[in-house]
Design a protein around this ligand. Structure first.
Ligand SMILES: O=C(CO)COP(=O)(O)O
Length: 288
């Protein structure tokens, strides 16, 4: 199954109702490749979700920018996965680096959120990415692998089978005579087709300092290999890995042309008309 190009627009904490209506109008009027070629998902702040959902063209979808880690209740300021499902919001972005850095979301916490959101039926854009210090220290792959491992919720269990006990008559105690071990690996993601991994190097977010196509391709390729090794060859081949960090109308085609770049998560440029050009970058895959 080919990986359909995916373009997400993360509006972050921006916009007034008037501005949001203007962006939606621009999107609604745009000529873009069909849904068979590109999947478009925009992510307004929570309060604008109903407005965008009810006015946006039906071939584009909406995502929340976060949701709570478990069932709703006494969690002031939070929005639950159940509420998103209730409003028919199909997608949620989880683990964005801004939340990891500013709100101290750990790998484990993000992993728990992903598992809970998926269990409620949401599709998840799960973000990973290294800081500049981590890249300069040569630990990019270790960092994104650890983040992806928590998202996948991989746990290893060592099962020990005792097949024979032997009694020492003199001492009156039993010794293990024959044991065998089985290492079982499980992951918590029941449906990988509902997960898109967004590789967003922190140093490229909102800085205008985009990763080079080769840098993006290198990490995407490594992430795909990681999925093949730790989840399955099928999941590695079918899961979309998108790039985020200073994507714009000028650099999107070259980035999107990389073999393992399956689309984008766009911040600043998703608030501007050039988002249309970024959606159109999906054509590079069709002609590849
Ligand atoms: O964080 C991002 C998308 O989630 C990227 O932001 P920018 O495109 O503004 O760099």
């Amino acid at each position: 199954m080919a990986r359909k190009f995916f373009v997400g627009g993360n509006w972050k904490c921006n916009g007034t109702a008037e501005e949001v209506k203007k962006i939606v109008n621009t999107l609604n009027e745009a000529q873009v490749p069909s849904q068979d070629v590109v999947e478009v998902v925009v992510s307004p702040p929570y309060v604008f979700l109903p407005l965008v959902k009810s006015t946006l063209r039906s071939d584009f979808h909406v995502a929340a920018q976060n949701c709570w880690v478990k069932k709703g209740g006494a969690f002031t300021g939070e929005v639950s996965a159940e509420m998103l499902v209730n409003l028919d919001i199909p997608w949620v972005i989880l683990g964005h680096s801004e939340r990891r850095a500013l709100l101290n979301e750990t790998n484990e916490f993000v992993g728990d959120k992903v598992a809970y959101a998926l269990a409620q039926g949401l599709s998840v854009i799960a973000c990973v990415g290294e800081t500049l210090e981590q890249r300069e220290a040569g630990s990019t792959m270790d960092v994104v692998a650890a983040q992806t491992k928590a998202i996948a919720g991989i746990h290893a269990y060592l099962l020990v089978f005792i097949t024979k006990l032997q009694r020492n008559g003199l001492l009156g105690i039993f010794f293990l005579h024959r044991t065998s071990f089985l290492l079982v690996m499980t992951d918590r993601v029941s449906n990988w087709s509902k997960v898109v991994i967004a590789y967003e190097p922190v140093w490229a977010i909102g800085t205008g300092k985009v990763a080079s196509p080769a840098q993006a391709q290198e990490v995407h390729d490594e992430l795909r290999k990681w999925l093949a090794k730790n989840v399955s060859a099928d999941v590695a081949a079918t899961t979309r890995i998108i790039y985020g960090g200073s994507v714009n109308g000028g650099n999107c085609k070259e980035l999107g042309g990389q073999a393992d770049v399956d689309g984008f998560l766009v911040g600043g440029a998703s608030l501007k008309p050039e988002f249309i050009d970024i959606i159109k970058a999906a054509e590079v895959k069709k002609s590849a």
